[in-house]
Design a protein around this ligand. Structure first.
Ligand SMILES: Nc1nc2c(ncn2[C@@H]2O[C@H](COP(=O)(O)OP(=O)(O)OP(=O)(O)O)[C@@H](O)[C@H]2O)c(=O)[nH]1
Ligand SMILES: [Mg+2]
Length: 196
């Protein structure tokens, strides 16, 4: 797959702004500031195609990045306390509307912070994904911040908590797990999508 051949396509703040579902889509979901945009940049080997920020709540729209074979889709992050209630509602409606629009979603990459227990919102999302039957995996990011002992401890916990889900430790800082993630994206695209 030509990951290096990437371009920003469109950002959608409303459902009627979504691009037509013409190509497979790989979706990146997770709480605000967990590292969704950074992971997209790392996979595409670009420094700042997707906007990264130390301030949570940066991505409030659904952003689409295009490579020849598929789209990478950056969802707005959930769970950031300082976003207003009405803004949270708008995000939730946008994300739910997108996920339920019958699009060609080949894989959803649910990102959690490897250093911490998954949040209630993370667990809700994972529950929803299991019930919806959408293909998904968990990327446990920021694993560069753990030492060897911590890494093993957290890894064992994740295996225990999610025995039937593919979990990949990744880091957008040092590239751990990125090649494997690219491989998963590639297989998901060639396997095709439910609604294709
Ligand atoms: N050490 C380390 N820091 C990371 C990693 N991934 C992201 N970060 C940092 O985490 C912060 C948030 O990253 P973003 O990629 O903007 O997070 P996001 O999930 O897109 O955030 P929202 O758009 O607000 O939902 C930034 O300061 C990044 O530099 C990682 O793998 N390791
Ligand atoms: Mg972002």
């Amino acid at each position: 797959m030509r990951f290096e051949n990437a371009a920003f396509e469109i950002c959608a703040g409303r459902l009627n702004q979504l691009p037509d579902s013409t190509v497979p889509e790989i979706v990146f979901s997770g709480r605000s500031n967990v590292g969704k945009s950074s992971l997209i940049n790392k996979i595409l080997n670009r420094k700042s195609l997707a906007r990264v920020s130390a301030t949570p709540g940066k991505t409030g729209t659904i952003n689409f990045y295009r490579i020849p074979e598929c789209r990478l889709v950056d969802l707005p992050g959930y769970g950031y306390a300082k976003v207003s209630q009405s803004e949270k509602l708008r995000w939730a409606e946008l994300v739910e509307g997108y996920l339920n629009a019958g699009r060609k979603i080949c894989l959803l990459i649910q990102i959690i912070d490897m250093r911490h227990e998954p949040t209630q919102d993370d667990l809700h999302m994972i529950d929803y994904l299991q019930q919806s039957g959408n293909p998904f995996l968990i990327a446990a990011t920021k694993c560069d911040k753990l030492n060897k002992t911590q890494f093993t401890e957290r890894w064992n916990m994740l295996q225990e908590s999610f025995p039937n889900i593919c979990v990949l430790p990744v880091s957008s800082l040092n590239g751990i797990g990125i090649e494997e993630l690219r491989g998963k994206i590639e297989s998901a695209c060639s396997a095709g999508c439910e609604n294709q």
